[in-house]
Design a protein around this ligand. Structure first.
Ligand code: ACK
Length: 991
């Protein structure tokens, strides 16, 4: 007895020097402590039985704070069964609690003279209770009355100090208890003859702490009972509204996973540091979809904060269809310099555009016509509107060009035309319109010839005299000439009547006739010319039955011809429709008109090649940024056209943001500049949380730059390789879901990416994945994985659908194939698809129906989704929208992910697993060369010695990363399979 007391006080003394109470009493935010023996103010008063067993001992830490500990050290006597039990620990709603034990345990060898009954472990139990019934008394405690949590052993009893002394080691072990349902629980510790000091017992549960993500507030949430995720619906922060219902999952270890949906700041508010702040006076935000408050456009103001639009200054207006971001405008000034050209009873009016368009581009013109009575020169004129008698060409109102022709005016009449410039806000202004007037007088003419009769050598004409005239008509003058012979010969005839037959004409010849009136006041103007042809010599008389027959036959033939033509047109039209339906979306895209900025909500991608001037595409879709607003910080990589840097962008009246800056290196050709900027004109058309966002371009000075949002974790393939094995399957699913949502958006915009792969996905600090790399030449030049095909053009073979490789049929369905490969890359943490197989072998294998096997630990459902994406027939592949729905269902129901595919062998007979002769070769082949030393120094020299290595042995070897352990174990599995195959074939096992 005296002996073990000495030991006890000895290790408590050592303990004293080991403990750092500050460190012991600081716990992570997401842990809620239910019991902490270290911070108990008085005696713990736990029940111990028998009395010479566990003993409560108080010691002071170095800050003189008392600590309660329990110890037992009855190592000299056999048949020990010492129990210690806590008081009731309330569960506080948690369904899963953690028990953290800090203790020291002497190893029996270090105690001289102890008998063989000395133990080096102790047991921990719990008993759930509603509190009403007392727990089973310790005196009669039996294991069966308590649920065993675990047998606890020390990792180490002693460690070596700096000066070579053996010091007691404080061990920490954590266990969890799941599925709790009663009010609380008792913990019980059973010692069977060890030398233990129980320094600290802490019981806690985990919760996901209150979080704000995507402007949604997720409340403090207690984690689920076992592995299940708790789905939590977020509520939008103040002044935000839901864009898509915000949700997140609280994982069993107290972390938030997979944010879905988001809130956006209401009009009049912008997002600053995760909150919606009101727009300042002078600024506004019209739509919840706009990211930031904008400065009020010209000629408008907002005197108060929270403005969703700015009010126009006096005299300025905003048309109903004007976007709120447009400057307020005013009606135009009057048009200038009107001129008229009168041609008898017609007039052409022309004028110059208004000097001030009012700030708008939609100026049109209206022409008002008034007829003025009284003869020309009379002092007082009375004017009335012309009504519908005058004919305006092209139209009277809404003229887009400063020119109009007015015909069918009355001869020798005064007219006043008032020309008005109008724009989209003219109707909103109460001020009188600015007009410019022009007066004209028409001249007198003989109106159109109304009758004619023709024979082989004569033509009879009839006409109407002038409506008003300066006197009685004396006679009419008829002038005619043979068409095309005007210069040589024309004839003038006179008559007092309104009808004349001109004789002596040549048969089958066209003549041009004009008529004018001669009144007391002199000759008037000629009326319009008329062309008439005499009959041909052999022409049949009207009423000839033969002629009627011919006519009928001709009509019938004409009708038949017409029907044939219509039929042809319809058939060819259908044919065209068929061809179009079969078109590649890439070709369809080319048919969109350029110069049109997509309207909000319109979802059609416009290919920059549809622009004659590619610079116009850049101007339409990308904002020009002043280079003085950019601060470059460091180079982060190399792109196809030059360096990629990270830096800061501070736009006037906006907060500074972190950006990535791609620049075009010096000495570029015009084509390279166009290709470089094409990425901006494509990216600028997209607005989606899973598509990399374009901030703008710098084109007015050198170097030319493209500015995008900054993605803290860089490209997905590198990121995954760096964090091999470190994510939960739900986190990986969240990444895949993001990529699918981005691709769904692109496919709905009719955009085909052609190079979807993990290397072209960027990852931000919240693990949100965004699709990037939209340059027109990128597939050709930028991608190291792209190779030339026999049909020309470069293609990243391993990621590309067979129909796209074979005949360049790139569609959203071929993007789905690439998506399947990207999924495979994600689950395998950036493994190269088809490993080191050659491109030719990959094409052949795919053609023969082989598909990538499930990566290590891949849930069956995910591998099945990949296989669906790799359907040979592209119409059998899922659409991106379906993929998103599918992944959402899996995230919500993680139990569906439990069944693992476990297919670690590439079942391709053409590529058998290579045989290795040494452990070093094997580790090299699976890119784990860094562990060669570890294996050899632990005695693993031959390959067959590694065949039965377990996870715990790997840990002892020093392979501690879970991802590396998985990789090595999966390869060992392959070695097993290979061995079995060789045995089946009756060959010697080559290990
Ligand atoms: O894998 P990384 O770090 O991520 O290296 C490449 C490099 O630039 C060349 O493309 C990185 N990169 C490209 N765009 C961005 C961006 N928007 N944010 C952060 N890194 C980027 C990419």
């Amino acid at each position: 007895m005296a002996l073990y007391r000495i030991y006890s006080s000895l290790f408590l003394f050592l303990l004293h020097t080991l403990l750092d109470c500050q460190a012991l009493r600081n716990y992570p935010d997401n842990e809620v402590t239910l019991l902490d023996s270290m911070s108990a103010p008085g005696d713990l008063g736990w029940e111990a039985y028998p009395s010479e067993g566990w003993e409560e001992i108080s010691v002071m830490d170095e800050r003189n704070i008392p600590m309660r500990t329990y110890q037992v050290c009855n190592v000299m006597e056999a048949n020990q069964n010492n129990w210690l039990r806590t008081a009731l620990i309330p569960r506080a709603g948690a369904r899963r609690v953690y028990v953290e034990l800090k203790f020291t345990l002497r190893d029996c060898n270090s105690l001289p003279g102890v008998p063989g009954t000395c133990k080096e472990t102790f047991n921990v139990y719990y008993h759930e209770s509603d509190g009403a019934v007392p727990p089973p008394p310790l005196r009669h405690a039996r294991e069966s009355q308590y649920v065993k949590i675990d047998t606890i052993a020390a990792d180490e009893s002693f460690t070596q100090s700096d000066v070579g002394e053996r010091v007691m080691k404080l061990n920490t072990e954590v266990r969890h208890i799941g599925g709790l349902s009663k009010r609380g629980l008792y913990l019980a510790f059973q010692d069977l003859g060890a030398c233990i000091a129980l320094v600290s017992v802490r019981v806690f549960y985990k919760r996901c702490p209150l979080a704000v993500t995507n402007l949604a507030l997720f409340s403090d949430t207690v984690t689920g009972g076992d592995q299940a995720l708790v789905e939590v619906r977020g509520s939008c922060v103040e002044y935000a509204e839901e864009l898509e219902a915000p949700r997140m999952f609280c994982s069993a270890d107290g972390g938030w996973l997979v944010p879905i949906g988001r809130c956006v700041c209401r009009p009049g508010f912008e997002e600053i540091d995760g909150q919606c702040q009101p727009c300042r006076p002078g600024f506004y935000k019209a739509s919840a979809m706009d990211a930031y408050c904008m400065k009020c456009p010209s000629h408008s103001y907002s005197h108060q904060d929270k403005a969703s639009e700015c009010v126009c200054e006096r005299g300025y207006y905003r048309a109903e269809t004007d976007p709120r971001s447009m400057a307020c405008t005013r009606p135009p000034s009057s048009p200038g310099n009107p001129i008229s050209t009168v041609n008898e009873t017609a007039v052409t009016l022309e004028w110059s555009p208004p000097r001030d368009t009012g700030g708008r581009g939609d100026v049109t013109y209206s022409v008002h016509c008034r007829k003025c009575s009284g003869s020309v020169g009379e002092m007082v004129e009375k004017c009335v509107p012309c009504g519908s008698s005058a004919h305006f060409s092209p139209r009277q109102f809404g003229l887009t060009h400063p020119r109009v022709q007015v015909s069918e005016l009355q001869p020798r009449t005064n007219y006043t035309f008032s020309i008005e410039a109008v724009n989209g806000v003219s109707d909103l202004s109460p001020s009188p319109r600015h007009l410019v007037n022009i007066n004209i007088t028409t001249s007198q003419t003989v109106s159109v010839i109304v009758k004619e009769r023709r024979s082989r050598d004569s033509i009879t004409l009839a006409w109407q005299g002038p409506e008003t005239s300066d006197g009685a008509v004396v006679e009419y003058e008829v002038t005619y000439y043979e068409k095309n012979q005007r210069d040589q010969n024309y004839t003038v005839l006179k008559t007092k009547s309104n009808i004349m037959t001109v004789e002596g004409l040549k048969p089958g010849t066209t003549y041009v006739f004009r008529v004018r009136a001669h009144t007391d006041g002199g000759y008037g103007n000629y009326g319009g010319e008329i062309e008439l042809e005499t009959r041909h010599e052999d022409m049949l008389a009207v009423g000839d039955p033969n002629q009627n027959t011919i006519l009928a036959v001709s009509i019938a033939a004409g009708v038949v011809l017409l029907i044939l033509l219509v039929a042809c047109f319809v058939v060819s039209g259908r044919h065209c429709g068929y061809i179009k339906a079969k078109q590649d979306p890439e070709e369809e895209k080319m048919q969109f008109q350029h110069g049109r900025v997509p309207l909000p909500g319109s979802r059609t991608y416009i290919h920059p090649h549809t622009y004659e001037d590619p610079n116009q595409a850049v101007r339409d879709f990308a904002k020009e940024i002043d280079v003085s607003n950019i601060r470059i910080e460091r180079v982060i990589g190399a792109g196809e056209f030059g360096e990629v840097c990270s830096g800061r962008l501070r736009l006037p009246s906006k907060r500074e943001i972190h950006v990535a800056i791609k620049s075009l290196k010096a000495g570029y050709t015009e084509q390279q500049r166009r290709d470089f900027l094409s990425e901006a004109s494509i990216m600028g058309q997209f607005d989606h949380p899973n598509i990399i966002r374009l901030e703008g371009v710098v084109t007015r000075c050198k170097p030319v730059m493209i500015i995008t949002e900054y993605m803290e974790n860089g490209s997905l393939d590198t990121f995954l390789k760096k964090h091999d094995g470190q994510f939960t399957v739900i986190q990986l699913l969240g990444m895949m879901r993001g990529i699918a949502a981005g691709m769904q958006y692109l496919s709905e915009m009719n955009y085909v990416h052609r190079d979807l792969a993990a290397r072209n996905i960027l990852v931000n600090g919240n693990l949100v994945c965004k699709v990037s790399d939209f340059g027109l030449s990128r597939v050709l030049e930028d991608d190291p994985d792209a190779v030339y095909t026999t049909r020309g053009g470069k293609i990243p073979i391993r990621w590309t659908a067979p129909e796209a490789i074979a005949y360049r049929k790139f569609t959203s369905a071929s993007d789905v194939w690439s998506y399947g490969i990207t999924m495979w890359e994600v689950i395998s943490y950036g493994e190269r698809p088809y490993w080191e197989m050659s491109n030719q072998d990959v094409i052949k294998a795919i053609d023969e129906g082989y598909r990538l096997p499930a990566p290590m630990d891949c849930p069956v459902v995910l591998h099945q989704l990949m296989l669906d994406c790799w359907e040979k027939n592209r119409s059998d592949r899922p659409k991106f929208g379906q993929i998103v729905i599918n992944l959402d269902q899996l995230i919500r129901n993680p139990s569906s992910l439990k069944q693992l595919a476990n297919s670690t062998v590439w079942e391709d007979p053409v590529t058998p697993e290579p045989a290795f002769s040494t452990v070093a070769d094997w580790l090299d082949s699976i890119k784990m060369s860094q562990y060669k030393e570890h294996f050899s120094s632990a005695g693993y020299v031959s390959l067959d010695s590694v065949l039965y290595v377990s996870v715990s042995e790997l840990g002892k070897l020093g392979v501690v990363l879970a991802g590396h352990q998985k990789k090595i174990l999966s390869s060992i599995q392959c070695l097993h399979v290979q061995q079995q195959q060789q045995q089946q074939q009756g060959t010697q096992v080559q290990v």
